[in-house]
Design a protein around this ligand. Structure first.
Ligand SMILES: *[C@@H]1O[C@H](CO)[C@@H](O)[C@H](O)[C@H]1NC(C)=O
Ligand SMILES: *[C@@H]1O[C@H](CO)[C@@H](O)[C@H](O)[C@H]1NC(C)=O
Ligand SMILES: *[C@@H]1O[C@H](CO)[C@@H](O)[C@H](O)[C@H]1NC(C)=O
Ligand SMILES: *[C@@H]1O[C@H](CO)[C@@H](O)[C@H](O)[C@H]1NC(C)=O
Ligand SMILES: *[C@@H]1O[C@H](CO)[C@@H](O)[C@H](O)[C@H]1NC(C)=O
Ligand SMILES: *[C@@H]1O[C@H](CO)[C@@H](O)[C@H](O)[C@H]1NC(C)=O
Ligand SMILES: *[C@@H]1O[C@H](CO)[C@@H](O)[C@H](O)[C@H]1NC(C)=O
Ligand SMILES: *[C@@H]1O[C@H](CO)[C@@H](O)[C@H](O)[C@H]1NC(C)=O
Ligand SMILES: *[C@@H]1O[C@H](CO)[C@@H](O)[C@H](O)[C@H]1NC(C)=O
Ligand SMILES: *[C@@H]1O[C@H](CO)[C@@H](O)[C@H](O)[C@H]1NC(C)=O
Ligand SMILES: CC(=O)N[C@H]1CO[C@H](CO)[C@@H](O)[C@@H]1O
Ligand SMILES: [Cu+2]
Length: 689
């Protein structure tokens, strides 16, 4: 029995390495106390098998100049980074030669040592373990200039931390936009209780938007200066409710780095290999979806199958939802169970953006054992009808138009299995409340900001060189003037063990885009999501949520909303209506709808400097980013010899500070401290003249 079982497992493993593209997975022995993982970062290009360009046809890869597409002439797809199969190689940063990098599986409370070596020639880097608490090790959080100095070319940095909490997490670059260049992979922490034993197999899946022409540096510059291509200016695309997506174009959607490009004009499609998930009829599977993309929310579905959504961001749900699709915003994870109860066949797994102007879809294959291999499914998308409407978890808005026949189960209707401790929930006293408006107000080039403050990265590692952070916004509780834009290191100081309520809004003249807000070092409790008013027939945005008074120039739809407060002065702490104070969702990433807000709460019990930012990395690297300086006197000291860094000035630096008035013709932003930036400011002023 045992022998036949292990034979089955072996056969399955062999089949798996044939069927999946990489089979690259590193799993720590359950009995080990320390797990050593070695990762290397290197620039690479897509579609190359060593020195040979490849071409995809019917799901197989061939030498580019072949004329004989017999399957016996196919080349091994392993270690070919195919993206969407576009024949022109694009630069990526590979982790151990692949995009995404190897799956890392560890067990709760194991000590993890990730030895990261930067083998790129000209780029610094760092690696963040998204959602891991890093309790006692804030300097291992992997954020350049926040918790450590960037790892320079040639250097190795060893992250040592305890795996906590259990669930679906991921690692990704946290220097510039490297997370979107390929530096990402699944990081699965198995719980100590055997909860996962009920599954026949589990599949980590990174799902992302993809542009086969532009790398992330080009993406960022196109966002900042305008998307010009072939002599034309492209506009940003938008969603059903009118929320816009960044100045960012994609051609395709990838599952674990594999997809195909469908030419919208010719309807030709590349024949690149797709990610395949092998299942056996009658067995139960857990899919751990990770949204690793740059901008777009993605709606994931499996033809002919229901998804039982059981968990998000590592925390189990109290009331698993059986639905037709689930939407993930960048940074989020949703786990669902899939019961392989359908007829033996191949089924499409789809991931689609919510853009109304384009049909950007990615495909993977659910392959039932016994169905033809390397054969595209012929299944259709589950039809949604007025009598049988589809259910969708986590819509970033409230309504689809009637013709979609889709019902939303929004994030604010989900509950976590674990209740909120009463000292943070029903019995919380002295709740410290802060308003943070994530938006693009002002007239400068991409005014990505929080309360009007564009984040300036320190020139040192803020966590480990606290006395050298000279770019911090001046004074405690610093506020940028109403309807002005500032530029400095935005830090919120939190005292030990205080209960902190953050009202994170997306209001005023800088609204219009959705922002998945991510906090490091914590899973926050999501007490409420406040949506704007929508037309419930067309689904279109009507007006922003009136619960918040943006102040500023008397017109809440036009202010920068730098100094928001509740419109009703009686609301504060637990008295805010509509808070879920018993089983709120417990997450590390949530979408802040355009024109709306979310109320999240944490207890400041994890001393460290934690980044909090929009997970659209193009927004965050442009300034929609801030720091929590939590319980400073209790910050643990970094290990001896921890690297330091900083600027060097041959003569004392000058302080330069200006602010932008919305009415002024040009754009100025406050700049502090650095001589180099002072030069930049002069250039901006010359521009106005
Ligand atoms: C872990 O240890 C237990 C008890 O010693 C043993 O039965 C089991 O086989 C070990 N598991 C692995 C994967 O080594
Ligand atoms: C990554 O690559 C290095 C060098 O080839 C190898 O030693 C290491 O085991 C690989 N790591 C993983 C997680 O596969
Ligand atoms: C194509 O290649 C296969 C395998 O190498 C070979 O058997 C077949 O004869 C070739 N077909 C042609 C038309 O050359
Ligand atoms: C579409 O693909 C077919 C087959 O690969 C090719 O013959 C044709 O030229 C392509 N059409 C365009 C417009 O690229
Ligand atoms: C999976 O489907 C089978 C057949 O319908 C059913 O007996 C079983 O209870 C289902 N399992 C789960 C976990 O839903
Ligand atoms: C899928 O849809 C097409 C077009 O509507 C239809 O012809 C086909 O029969 C459908 N296939 C299945 C498997 O339902
Ligand atoms: C955190 O607070 C301490 C004490 O006020 C201060 O010295 C340190 O610079 C602060 N860190 C940051 C990043 O602002
Ligand atoms: C839509 O809004 C109208 C007017 O407020 C209301 O009467 C109606 O019940 C709403 N319909 C739905 C489906 O919520
Ligand atoms: C806002 O309204 C108040 C009272 O009507 C008025 O005194 C004030 O000047 C207005 N402020 C602006 C910026 O329009
Ligand atoms: C605030 O509370 C006071 C005292 O309970 C009440 O008189 C007042 O009407 C409330 N204000 C609002 C705007 O609800
Ligand atoms: C279908 C739909 O509502 N499209 C709208 C999306 O949002 C933009 C504004 O950003 C509108 O112009 C579109 O009509
Ligand atoms: Cu954003």
């Amino acid at each position: 029995m045992a022998a036949s079982l292990s034979l089955t497992v072996l056969l399955l493993a062999i089949q798996l390495s044939l069927l999946t593209n990489r089979g690259l997975c590193w799993k720590c022995n359950v009995n080990a106390t320390v797990c050593d993982i070695y990762l290397e970062l290197k620039h690479h290009v897509t579609m190359m098998k060593e020195k040979m360009l490849t071409v995809g046809k019917d799901g197989l890869l061939f030498p580019y100049d072949t004329t004989n597409f017999s399957s016996s002439n196919a080349v091994d797809r392993n270690h070919v980074i195919t993206g969407d199969g576009w024949p022109e190689p694009r630069v990526v940063i590979a982790v151990n030669g692949t995009v995404p990098g190897p799956v890392i599986e560890v067990h709760e409370h194991q000590t993890v040592r990730v030895h990261l070596t930067n083998k790129m020639e000209s780029e610094a880097s760092s690696l963040h373990f998204h959602g891991q608490f890093q309790r006692g090790t804030p300097f291992m959080d992997g954020v350049s200039y926040v918790t450590q100095c960037p790892v320079l070319p040639g250097q190795t940095f060893v992250h040592k931390f305890k795996a906590e909490p259990a669930g679906t997490f991921w690692y990704h670059g946290h220097t510039g936009d490297q997370a979107n260049m390929g530096v990402n992979g699944a990081f699965i922490v198995h719980p100590r209780s055997g909860a996962s034993e009920k599954y026949y197999r589990q599949f980590p899946v990174l799902v992302q938007d993809y542009n086969h022409d532009w790398d992330s540096i080009m993406d960022f510059l196109k966002m900042k200066y305008g998307m010009f291509t072939k002599g034309k200016k492209l506009k940003s695309t938008s969603n059903l409710s009118g929320g816009r997506y960044s100045m960012f174009r994609i051609q395709s959607v990838l599952f674990n780095g594999r997809g195909r490009y469908l030419d919208p004009d010719t309807r030709n499609i590349t024949g690149a290999p797709l990610e395949t998930f092998p299942v056996r009829q009658g067995e139960l599977y857990r899919f751990r979806f990770i949204a690793s993309g740059a901008v777009f929310p993605l709606e994931v579905s499996v033809d002919g199958h229901k998804l039982r959504v059981v968990s998000t961001d590592g925390l189990e749900l109290r009331d698993p939802q059986v639905v037709d699709s689930v939407i993930l915003v960048p940074g989020e994870r949703y786990d669902f169970e899939l019961n392989a109860t359908e007829a033996v066949a191949n089924y499409w797994i789809r991931a689609k953006t919510l853009e109304v102007e384009h049909d950007h879809v990615g495909w993977a294959v659910l392959h039932y054992e016994g169905a033809p291999e390397n054969t595209d499914p012929t299944t259709n998308k589950t039809e949604c009808t007025s009598s049988l409407p589809c259910k969708v978890v986590n819509c970033p808005f409230l309504y689809w138009t009637a013709d979609h026949h889709k019902l939303c189960i929004n994030a604010n209707r989900l509950r976590s299995a674990e209740g909120i401790p009463s000292e943070i929930g029903l019995d919380a006293h002295n709740v410290k409340e802060y308003f943070l408006n994530f938006a693009f107000p002002g007239t400068t080039v991409t005014p990505s900001s929080v309360n009007g403050i564009k984040f300036q990265f320190p020139h040192v590692s803020a966590q480990t060189q606290p006395r050298e952070v000279h770019t911090r916004c001046p004074g405690d509780g610093y506020r940028c003037v109403e309807d002005e834009l500032c530029f400095c290191t935005n830090v919120l100081d939190l005292q030990k063990d205080e209960v902190v309520q953050l009202v994170i809004s997306n209001l005023g003249r800088g609204k219009g885009w959705d922002h998945p807000m991510h906090m490091h070092g914590h899973s926050y409790w999501v007490l409420k999501v406040g949506y704007p008013d929508y037309n419930n027939v067309t689904g279109r945005f009507v007006s922003q949520n009136p619960d918040i008074d943006c102040r500023g120039n008397n017109n809440t739809e036009l202010t920068f909303c730098n100094h928001a407060r509740w419109a009703n002065a009686n609301w504060t702490g637990n008295s805010v209506p509509g808070l879920e104070l018993e089983y709120p969702l417990h997450k590390d990433t949530i979408n802040v709808p355009t024109g709306g807000y979310v109320v999240v709460r944490i207890k400041a019990d994890n001393p460290g400097v934690w980044a909090m930012h929009c997970h659209v990395s193009l927004h965050s690297s442009d300034g929609m980013f801030m720091l929590l300086n939590e319980s400073f006197p209790d910050h643990p000291a970094p290990p001896p010899g921890f690297p330091t860094c900083g600027s060097f000035y041959a003569h004392p630096a000058k302080e330069v500070m200006t602010t932008e008035k919305p009415s002024s013709a040009g754009s100025r932003i406050a700049v502090s401290e650095s001589v180099m930036l002072a030069t930049m400011l002069v250039a901006v002023m010359c521009d106005i003249l």
